[in-house]
Design a protein around this ligand. Sequence first.
Ligand code: SAH
Length: 387
Amino acid sequence: MPGTVVVSARGEQRVRTGHPWIYRADVVDVDAEAGTVVQVIGPRRRTIGYALFSDQSQIPIRMLTRGETAADLALFRARLERAIAYRAALAIDATAYRLVHAEADLLPSLVVDRYGDYLVVQALSQAIDRLLPELTALLVELMAPAGILARNDAKVRTLEGLEQRIDVLHGQVPEAVVVREGPVEYEADLRKGQKTGLFLDQRENREAAARYARGRLLDCFSYHGGFALRLARQCPEAAAIDISADAVARIRANAERNGVPHIDAREANVFDELRRLERAGARFDTIVLDPPAFAKNKASIPNALAGYKEINLRAMRLLAPGGCLVTCSCSYHVNEEMFAAMLHEASVDSRTPVTIVEKRMQGRDHPVLVGVPETYYLKCFILRRVE
Ligand code: SAH
């Protein structure tokens, strides 16, 4: 018998409006073991559904089903199958992409990324962590990967009282895995790379940027060169900037591998570099800004917006008339409206008239669940400097 968790009327109402999370303040009574699938009961003793339960998180309940539908292994299998079938239907022109996007695949707190013959999973709640042996068996059965790696070193796991660790769950996982994204080949380090190795969520934005990129390219916050490698084949001059020496070494290696050795990869702070380039009177036809999340929580939104504005304002000044700016934010807390307002201010303050050519988000393998704003985190605007 599953344990039970009784929630308040407000908790029940939240689930009714389509959100899978119930916060700690709305949990009234717990008779369940940490990290198990529980029956969630409303204030009038009605079964609301079944959910993943954490005894330490601010989000103790993540709903899996509504009403009396049980959340057994058959349900997990069906949801994994659906998630996998959806990605297959997208006919993604890459060997690396997201197979399971947690809440948006109705598998809260579970991430599965595919890197060629290998899978990388992240278990971001107590219950998913405990289910890993079963989930691994299902993934082996459904995908027949050569190896499965658990990148359970994500910081959010500490909020669940879970340790940070990296384990091979199945088969073998080599130091370096070669994957392809469109025409670009990468060597990914699944153990040490950021996220699960690469920034897979930008794949379609790199493709979109390729529709406009030309002339002199400046790729800021380049990491392993995601945008630069895709765009350099159509840009005779290309520079890629990252603050990490490791990242810059990767960009150089990737540039050689992909026959675009003209990418000038530089280790620098983008804030300083943009200022320096402005003083030097530099001009670019294509600029990419893909910074890390500046706003990690609500309190840091004002500082984050100031940071976004500064880099966007400088990039607009550096842009040649007719040039294109691909500008991103992966801070969930800075929503699309705030991001657009910041771009407006940057345009006014830099006296640069720009048009919005495309408004984009994370790729379709990272879908947004309607009613769950937390699943819409990546904004990507493609702007054109008019004159
Ligand atoms: N554009 C990349 C992903 C960028 S991730 C892609 O498409 O794959 C953000 C990167 O910004 C990280 O590699 C990090 O090292 C770098 N970074 C963070 N702060 C920085 C700063 N102030 N200046 C330059 N790079 C920075």
